[in-house]
Design a protein around this ligand. Sequence first.
Ligand SMILES: [Zn+2]
Length: 90
Amino acid sequence: MASLVTCPHCGARPKEEFTVKGAVLDRPTPDAPQETWFDYVYLRANPRGAYEEYWHHTSGCRRWLVVTRDTATHEIFDSRDAANRTKVTA
Ligand SMILES: [Zn+2]
């Protein structure tokens, strides 16, 4: 994994300042079937390649970020504030 992660607010920072919190998934609507909610809560794809994850800049600005990372090489392609999230990968 890259030793420096670029935070859109703080610039390049050591990866130890961040906490990875999990995959960026589209939340089902409140009235979605139980099976849809089960899949959302318990099932995850394990894709190879670019994948979006929520990262928290815990020891920095404490903002939530969406980081696009290669699951095979750990190369980071993009990081942006989660408030400005637009889905890039499936
Ligand atoms: Zn930051």
